[in-house]
Design a protein around this ligand. Structure first.
Ligand code: PEP
Length: 257
């Protein structure tokens, strides 16, 4: 059986300045250490302005928490005012870069071609892209969620060879579940995560598909994560709101307790 180490990643969105970020990571780290917990990979995804502080804290205290950025430029350097290059994030010790979060797709017009370019840029900088996909409520109601998500997977992975694709994390985040308190049922999460894995096997091979982590995201909390994690194709969670509360996020990381 494939052994995929679960990943619990906290997307802070536009919350926490660099000082607040330090306080939050310190509280998290204390609670995780108490539990001597290394059964899952834990990561925080702060705003760009807090990454340096988070790096300093995590390095100094050897906290064993990964971190990353919420976005990455598709370009390597140059005249792109306001953008942040993958190499800059790698230099800060980032492991991960979110790509194509639904809020980026919605408010910044990121389509699958942009997502594809950003996934490539992240990989080129040795970052692990966490590529987000997911359908809106209208698509779900029409029963077209699987086709919609698989089209996003196809588009996001276009012309990415297997030796690169195997490094990617995919996050299934139904838009109707993000920030709404309406978590997908474990069956709904499993259906789409399994379909994503099957598509990876089609695009590449079964071995690669068995190794890529597929996360669920959308209103994950301490009291619903364990049910989601019983599902064979759900390999962790991308957590928004609950990642701002250290007690709640640690509960999610310790879902097996
Ligand atoms: C997210 O933004 O990735 C997310 C899953 O948010 P929330 O947990 O708040 O629904």
């Amino acid at each position: 059986a494939p052994s995929r180490k679960p990943l619990m990643a906290g997307n802070w969105k536009m919350n926490n300045n660099h000082l607040e970020a330090i306080a939050l990571v310190q509280k998290m780290a204390f609670a995780l250490k108490e539990a001597d917990y290394d059964a899952v990979d834990v990561a925080v995804i702060p705003p760009f302005t807090a990454i340096r502080s988070v790096q300093t804290l995590i390095d100094a205290d050897k906290l064993g928490i990964g971190y990353g950025a919420q976005d990455v430029s598709q370009h390597t350097s140059g005249a792109y005012t306001g953008e942040i290059a993958g190499s800059m994030l790698a230099k800060l010790g980032c492991t991960y870069a979110l790509v194509g979060h639904s809020e980026r797709r919605q408010y910044h017009a990121e389509d699958d071609a942009v997502v594809n370019a950003k996934v490539k840029a992240a990989l080129a900088a040795d970052l692990t892209p966490i590529m987000c996909v997911g359908e809106g409520l209208d698509v779900r109601k029409a029963g077209e969620h699987v086709a919609h998500v698989l089209a996003q997977v196809d588009g996001g992975l276009e012309k990415i060879p297997a030796d690169q694709a195997e490094k990617i994390v995919i996050a299934y985040e139904p838009v109707w579940a993000i920030g709404t308190g309406e978590v997908a049922t474990k069956e709904d999460a499993q259906e789409v995560c399994a379909a994503i894995r099957t598509r990876l096997a089609e695009l590449y091979d079964g071995n690669l598909a068995d190794r890529v982590r597929v996360l669920y995201g959308g209103s994950v909390k301490g009291n619903n994560v364990a049910a989601l994690m019983t599902q064979p194709d759900v390999d962790g969670a991308l957590v928004g709101g609950a990642s701002l509360d250290p007690g709640e996020f640690v509960k999610i990381c310790r879902y097996r307790d």
